[in-house]
Design a protein. Structure first.
Length: 94
């Protein structure tokens, strides 16, 4: 993944132990290198078995299509979420 590609966070459910990037890539049939290595796979809710990855927008669309097929009625917990840049507001203080 290159630094200039816009990215989004994608959250999805897992079964059993939290997956690693290799397992996520296999599950969604995406290249492993599409998953941001610095971000990794983050468990966001152990009880609901949700985890999140950071991927380019086109990869997120592929994953979202698969999530839609897995859960016909949809799930508000799964899918893409924005990844806004966080920066200071206003001029630097001395």
């Amino acid at each position: 993944m290159t630094q200039d590609q816009p990215t989004v966070m994608v959250q999805f459910r897992y079964e059993g132990e939290p997956p690693d990037p290799v397992e996520v890539a296999k599950r969604f049939s995406i290249p492993e290198e599409a998953i941001d290595a610095d971000f990794g796979v983050i468990v966001t809710d152990e009880v609901e078995q949700l985890c999140t990855i950071l991927v380019p927008i086109d990869i997120a669309e592929t994953i979202n299509e698969q999530l839609g097929r897995d859960m016909p009625e949809g799930s508000p917990d799964e899918g893409s979420f924005s990844n806004p840049r966080i920066a200071p507001f206003g001029p630097p203080e001395d």
